[in-house]
Design a protein around this ligand. Structure first.
Ligand code: NDP
Length: 273
């Protein structure tokens, strides 16, 4: 594969770090972006000629613009943008203060949009490249307690679907990635924000809360394998719009799609009346 430049947000941990290591291993250049660049020291030290460690808080639009300029100054182009930065909120809709819901959207949705807008002019000018948006199986379906998280990922998926059509004439691919549970820091105390529990929701949201607590370090998915799967999808002649990762994601998205079709068939006579 010819040398590429990968721009990865949230590269300090989990998936982002795994994507960066994969790209370095392939001989690519990497713009590793994170809120605190000291967390990128080890990565940058491993391959100083290949890595630009760049401060970027995706909720600050000006950071995105500065980071893209720094990437172009250093490497001359960007081939692959991976909008990966994100975190999770766990709580019933009623338990989630509006400020928490808005903050979730700011990072997982508006943050990805801001970085995409900053990168697009250079991708369009070169009429090539790819935008990879890290969604979740929670971007296709939801369950009690994941309303805020799913809202942010559904929003990202909706925008990505439109973007794919807008960018196809420029030869730019858009790939939505829907992982199941993978071993990253997402479920650790800091990255997963648990809303104050109301007893009224103990039966519906309680199991989700317990699942989110218990999954840390026991998730089946290996982020390094996710990186390889994404690279394979990007290199394919026909890149899919969506790529599920992990048996849990495949099973749950398939089940959801089947229920959607079954409901559609059942209610089509009413819809068409
Ligand atoms: P981690 O917590 O390990 O990594 C999240 C990364 O996002 C960190 O590098 C973190 O940086 C960064 N980040 C958070 N907020 C911001 C911000 N405002 N600006 C810039 N960077 C930010 O979790 P994952 O690797 O799992 O998460 C990566 C993506 O994968 C997320 O979008 C998540 O929703 C998605 N995902 C994860 C799944 C899983 O099971 N792990 C399943 C499905 C989707 P910092 O060090 O500064 O906090």
């Amino acid at each position: 594969m010819s040398e590429q430049v990968w721009f990865i947000t949230g590269a300090s941990s989990g998936f982002g770090e795994a994507f960066a290591r994969y790209a370095i291993g392939q001989g690519h250049k990497v713009v590793a972006a994170a809120r605190s660049i000291d967390k990128l020291d080890a990565l940058a030290a491993e391959a100083p000629d290949q890595v630009l460690a760049q401060p970027l808080d995706v909720t600050r639009t000006s950071d995105a613009e500065i980071a893209v300029k720094a990437a172009l100054d250093r490497f001359g182009r960007i081939d692959v943008l991976i909008n990966n930065a994100g975190y999770g909120v766990v709580g019933a809709v009623e338990e989630t203060p509006m400020a928490e819901l808005r903050a979730q959207m700011e990072t997982n949705f508006f943050g990805a949009v801001a970085v995409t807008q900053a990168v697009l002019p250079t991708l369009r000018a070169r009429r090539s490249g790819a935008i990879v948006n890290i969604s979740s199986l929670g971007g296709q379906l939801s369950m009690p307690g994941f309303g805020a998280y799913s809202a942010s990922k559904f929003a990202l998926e909706g925008l990505s679907e439109a973007l794919a059509g807008e960018l196809a004439p420029f030869g730019i691919k858009v790939l939505i990635v829907e992982p199941g549970a993978f071993r990253t820091n997402l479920a650790s105390g800091g990255a997963m924000r648990h809303m104050p529990a109301h007893p009224a929701y103990s039966e519906t949201v309680g199991p989700t809360r317990e699942f989110a607590h218990a999954m840390h370090d026991t998730q089946p998915g290996d982020p390094a394998k996710a990186a390889r799967a994404i690279a394979k999808a990007l290199a394919a002649g026909v890149t899919p719009l969506r790529l599920q990762l992990g048996a849990d994601a495949v099973d749950m998205v398939r089940g959801h799609a089947e229920r959607l079709l079954a409901d559609l068939e059942t209610w089509a006579p009413v819809a068409l009346d």
